[in-house]
Write a protein that binds this ligand. Structure first.
Ligand code: NAD
Length: 302
């Protein structure tokens, strides 16, 4: 059995680690939440006491963490991966942006630990089903080593050698996802105000040229039934939009659309709370329009 270290067992990390256990790997897990750690141990993982402990026991360490600051600490802090005796490669599954990725790469390079970025797309559902899109950057030979692990999680796309380039790809993906969720919310609220049935609207959009990842996945699963439980926090969306704006501004490219989208997400985080599910972003549009979209109590289903 191959030892694989896994740090950060949240909405995304937990099902990924679970898949790796089911795939026959010896998963050495760490999370600051002991309840979460107990849950993964009950599924067959072995508990570690710190990120360093994980890196003392596994050559390959994966991390799925909530912010660039946490990733930096986990990778290079005093009880971080950098201090581990066995680790050869660190794989960042989190979305941290290219600046943090380059910093982590440079710090780990000083200890001859290879850093690979592998941010993911596909949500909690993709994580559970093993259908994530994984965008990978780092040394090609190291990508070849971890490829079987990534293939248990979804479909890996090799972006290039340049540290952080997979993070840039991921931010490009997420700004579009951020964009179409607010755009679809605004449009469906308009239709409901005009008297249209939102479930019918979503069906028509999905059969027509207005289809988006929001109308296809997020509305049927979490907005129309009003469960708002898609599994991605509004605060994480704000993080990704800010990271995108940082990168785009550093490059000196136009950001007119992204800045407008960014303002809407900042307001959503203030109104709904950073821990709210990002599908709850529609509530601000509903409030401004004086309507409610969907809801099983109205006889509408996804
Ligand atoms: P999450 O907040 O659900 O999970 C983060 C986990 O990290 C938690 O279990 C937390 O206890 C743990 N943690 C925090 N600090 C830690 C530390 N110092 N050491 C060890 N564990 C620590 O977040 P998530 O939704 O799973 O997202 C993780 C990453 O994946 C983020 O970068 C996010 O942007 C990205 N992502 C999320 C989704 C999604 O749909 N949720 C999709 C694609 C990418």
């Amino acid at each position: 059995m191959t030892e694989i270290g896994f740090i950060g067992l949240g909405n995304m990390g937990f099902p990924m680690a679970h898949r790796l256990i089911d795939d026959g790997n010896n998963v050495i897990a760490f999370d600051t939440s002991s309840a979460t750690l107990d849950r993964i141990v009950s599924l067959g993982a072995r508990a570690a006491s710190s990120a360093k402990d994980v890196a003392d026991r596994a050559e390959t360490v994966l991390a799925s963490l909530p912010s660039p600051a946490v990733s930096l600490e986990v990778a290079s802090g005093s009880v971080g991966v950098i201090a581990g005796s066995r680790v050869k490669r660190y794989v960042e599954l989190s979305t941290v942006g290219s600046r943090a990725a380059v910093r982590i790469h440079d710090l780990l390079a000083g200890r001859a630990i290879a850093a690979l970025d592998s941010p993911v797309s596909g949500g909690v559902g993709g994580s559970e089903k093993g259908t994530l899109a994984l965008m990978v950057s780092g040394p090609r030979n190291e990508f070849d080593v971890i490829r079987p692990i990534l293939e248990a999680l979804g479909r890996p796309f090799y972006i290039g050698e340049k540290p952080g380039s997979a993070q840039t790809m991921k931010l490009a993906n997420n700004i579009l996802a951020a964009n179409v969720l607010v755009a679809t919310s605004e449009v469906v609220v308009m239709g409901v105000k005009a008297g249209l049935d939102p479930a019918v609207m979503v069906d028509v959009l999905n059969a027509g040229s207005g289809a988006t990842s929001a109308s296809r996945d997020k509305f049927p699963r979490a907005v129309l039934p009003r469960t708002f439980d898609y599994g991605f926090a509004t605060g994480l969306m704000v993080k990704d939009v800010r990271l995108y704006l940082d990168e785009a501004k550093a490059l000196g490219v136009p950001v007119d659309v992204a800045e407008t989208i960014g303002r809407l997400w900042e307001v959503a985080a203030l109104d709904q709370g950073a821990d709210s599910d990002f599908t709850a972003v529609i509530k601000g549009f509903e409030k401004a329009a004086g309507v409610t979209v969907g809801g099983l109590d109205e006889g509408r289903t996804a």
